[in-house]
Design a protein around this ligand. Structure first.
Ligand code: TYD
Ligand code: ZN
Length: 409
């Protein structure tokens, strides 16, 4: 594949008619942090534009950056976000109590550093991770969570089924949006899933993106922005069926969906009701409203930061997130405004944010430098971070929550 391909047809339904939603301009890749000695080298930028399929409703980007560029070496390590450890340990409990008998196989696609598979293995499941990032697969394997360093597809699925048997559960958390060829995903699931097995996936929910103006979660890794309607259409195509949904507060609002082979499980009332409640997402109005609110959000954030600086307050940032990089670039915030960003991930520390070149510093620097105001770029963890950084608040610091409209916490 070339570095960049444009999307001619909807990856769920094949339609070629799209309506624009929001154009964020040419942006660097959100997880490609820059080494300071390479700062003079040109940084590739790619168009970042969101459109909606007029036939099935899938919101999607207009381009696909090669997954080899984005995912082979990946800066995002789940276990450095403590709330994710809690979240996925709870999911392990739920999978074990409802779908996975002792000794049966769970395969996770995009298993990262093993944050879900480790507690599943501890609870008696057989586990196998499929993880394209070499650095993360190595971390998982070193910790005893068997992980194949591959992109999932029909070939890998067939091999896993032949070597391990078929899976009671295939799990894919925060990866469906990364996958361009969803047909290949369905073929792989078909080859690997037991007849009565379940496919479980968590994805950020388009409804929450729109209503909370989470425009910063738009970046090149996220090819698709899912609502239930397009997901139902997708599984139908694969002779499967979407059967249940639950909303989750994680990542600014997500859904956990359950799918099974067609006819194997009953469609829940919750899913039926949620699908009905999505009727407006097939019209233009909520998207036009969203685009207006994005512009207002940028103005409010810039206005608040200007006002804080005018009153003599020093600024910093917290959470070197991918979404933060969309936000910083779109709002035109560089090191002259946010001089550094504190983060827990050792791999990101010492590097510069893509495009805006703000230094990422160890988390402890927040207290050492003690900015009066800290832009919270990991706003999805606001509650946990306020609790974890009580020391900063006690010393008189305050966080700025950037969306939907910037405000001091
Ligand atoms: P997340 O919102 O999951 O990121 P993304 O937008 O990239 O999907 O946040 C993960 C980043 O935030 C990661 O670099 C670790 C950092 N982080 C902290 O520094 N402190 C914290 O308490 C948490 C929860 C995350
Ligand atoms: Zn479509």
């Amino acid at each position: 594949m070339k570095d960049l391909e444009s999307v001619e047809r909807c990856r769920v339904c094949g339609s070629a008619s799209f309506e624009p939603i929001l154009d964020l301009g040419a942006m660097p890749l959100a997880n490609t942090f820059v080494r300071p000695d390479r700062v003079a080298e040109p940084e590739p930028r790619y168009p970042l534009e969101l459109v909606r399929c007029l036939a099935c409703g899938l919101a999607q980007l207009t381009v696909v950056v090669s997954p080899e560029i984005m995912f082979r070496d990946y800066a995002y390590s789940s276990s450095y976000s403590p709330p994710l450890i809690t979240h996925f340990t709870a999911l392990a409990d739920e999978l074990i109590s409802r779908y996975v008998a002792k000794g049966s196989l769970v395969v996770e696609l995009g298993s990262n550093d093993g944050v879900l598979l480790r507690p599943l293995a501890d609870r008696g499941a057989r586990v196998l991770g499929i993880e394209p990032a070499a650095n993360l697969a190595a971390v998982a394997n070193a910790a005893g969570v068997e992980t194949w360093n591959e992109f999932f597809g029909a070939g890998v699925a067939g091999r896993a089924a032949a070597e391990r048997g078929r899976a009671s559960a295939i799990v894919a958390n925060n990866v469906l949006a990364h996958i361009d060829d969803l047909g290949e995903l369905l073929t792989g699931i078909d080859a690997l899933l037991a007849d009565d097995g379940v496919f479980v996936a968590e994805v950020p929910y388009l409804r929450d993106l729109l209503s909370h103006v989470e425009y910063d979660t738009i970046y090149h890794e996220h090819l698709s922005y899912f609502a239930l309607g397009p997901l139902a259409a997708l599984f139908e195509r694969g002779e499967m069926a979407l059967v249940d949904v639950a909303r989750l507060p994680i990542h600014g609002g997500s859904i956990r969906i359950l799918a099974a082979r067609r006819g194997r499980r009953q469609v829940s009332d919750a899913l039926r009701a949620s699908l009905e409640a999505e009727a407006d997402l097939m019209t233009s109005a909520p998207y036009a409203e969203f685009a207006r609110r994005v512009v207002a959000s940028r103005m409010a954030l810039r206005g608040l930061l200007d006002a804080e600086r005018a009153s003599g307050h020093s600024l910093g940032g917290y959470g070197a997130t991918a979404k933060g990089n969309t936000l910083l670039s779109y709002c035109g915030l560089g090191p002259e405004i946010i001089p550094y960003i504190a983060d827990t991930t050792p791999y990101k520390q010492g590097l510069l944010t893509p495009g805006t070149h703000i230094p990422v510093v160890p988390e402890a620097e927040l207290l050492a430098r003690m900015p009066d105001r800290t832009l919270l770029l990991a706003w999805n963890y606001a509650e946990a971070i306020l609790e974890r950084r009580k020391d900063y608040l006690a010393a008189g610091g305050r966080f700025i929550h950037p969306i939907p409209l910037a405000r001091l916490l």
